[in-house]
Design a protein around this ligand. Structure first.
Ligand SMILES: [Zn+2]
Length: 293
């Protein structure tokens, strides 16, 4: 009897682990974005960046090599498999190392590094050996034209960081936007240096821009999908709901505890990282409404 049970149960276990392996994505991939001729996403693990191949060279973004220099060298190798044109630019989305560490292979290939001016100020102080300083900085806006492609870099104020650039391809109606509008998930540990009030204003500005699809810096949920304006609006609504709910409790003296330990936002409990991310969100809004920061 037990042998029969085992044969049955172990069969299920074996099947589920085989299925899990089948569904596991390869460690990295360079994929052309559907509906475009020359826009690509390079993903390594759970982080990704956009690059654009033009007849006069490549515009790359975010080397994504934090603690894994092989990610950046693989990124350059993958570009070289697609084109023999030089990498002309490397643009940093913001100053966080999980996105911009590892730029040396791009610099060595001749790329000019562009970032928001605040990113350069931060990097100049911290002197991370894996992260080359920008050659050029952007304040409010910069438009790059290369080989028939236009890429618009816009600063919409402080939000997830104080150095985030929105990268928009107006002809393709695409934006590459990292971390301040997660696609289908809650923001998590990144709340540590988040600007809660200003982030709402940033997202509203992004919603007024002309675009249809958003390439996020971490694959969207589910299935690594791209984002839409609905995702941006949903993220804004989530932040507003969380902010308002914590404000009410904070004014009754309930920050840090019991808000951090007990508060729930059941409307969002089906978002995939709800359990792990919610405490970081609550802590940040307690900082705002219960502390004044
Ligand atoms: Zn970030």
């Amino acid at each position: 009897m037990s042998r029969i049970l085992c044969a049955f149960a172990c069969g299920i276990l074996w099947l589920s682990s085989a299925q899990a392996q089948e569904q596991k994505p390869p460690p990295f991939a360079a994929t052309r974005v559907d509906g475009t001729e020359n826009v690509y996403i390079f993903r390594y693990g759970n982080t990704q960046a956009m690059f654009v191949v033009t007849k006069d060279g490549v515009i790359a973004t975010d080397p994504i090599g934090y603690g894994r220099p092989q990610a950046s060298t693989t990124y350059v190798d993958e570009i070289k498999k697609i084109t023999d044109k030089p990498i002309k630019y490397l643009i940093y989305s913001h100053h966080h190392f999980d996105h911009i560490a590892g730029g040396k292979p791009f610099k060595d290939a001749g790329a000019r590094i562009i970032a928001h001016k605040r990113a350069k100020e931060r990097l100049a102080v911290i002197k991370d050996p894996a992260t080359p300083l920008p050659d050029e900085t952007v304040d409010k806006k910069r438009i790059l034209n290369l080989g028939g492609t236009t890429l618009e870099l816009t600063y919409v104020g402080v939000n997830h960081s104080d150095s985030s650039l929105v990268m928009r391809l107006p002809n393709e109606k695409l934006i590459f936007l990292v971390d301040f509008i997660p696609v289908g998930t809650l923001p998590g540990r990144g709340m540590i240096d988040f600007y809660p009030l200003e982030a709402e204003s940033s997202i509203k500005q992004v919603l007024t821009m002309d675009w249809e699809r958003l390439i996020p810096g971490h694959p969207g949920s589910p299935g690594g999908r791209l984002g839409t304006k609905k995702d941006a609006q949903d993220q804004l609504t989530f932040l507003q709901d969380a902010s308002e709910a914590v404000k009410v409790e904070a004014r009754q003296g309930k920050c840090w505890d019991p808000v951090e330990k007990e508060m729930k936002l059941p409307k969002y409990e089906n978002w995939p990282n709800y359990q792990t991310a919610l405490p970081f969100v609550l802590r940040r809004y307690c900082g705002l409404w219960g502390r004044g920061t």
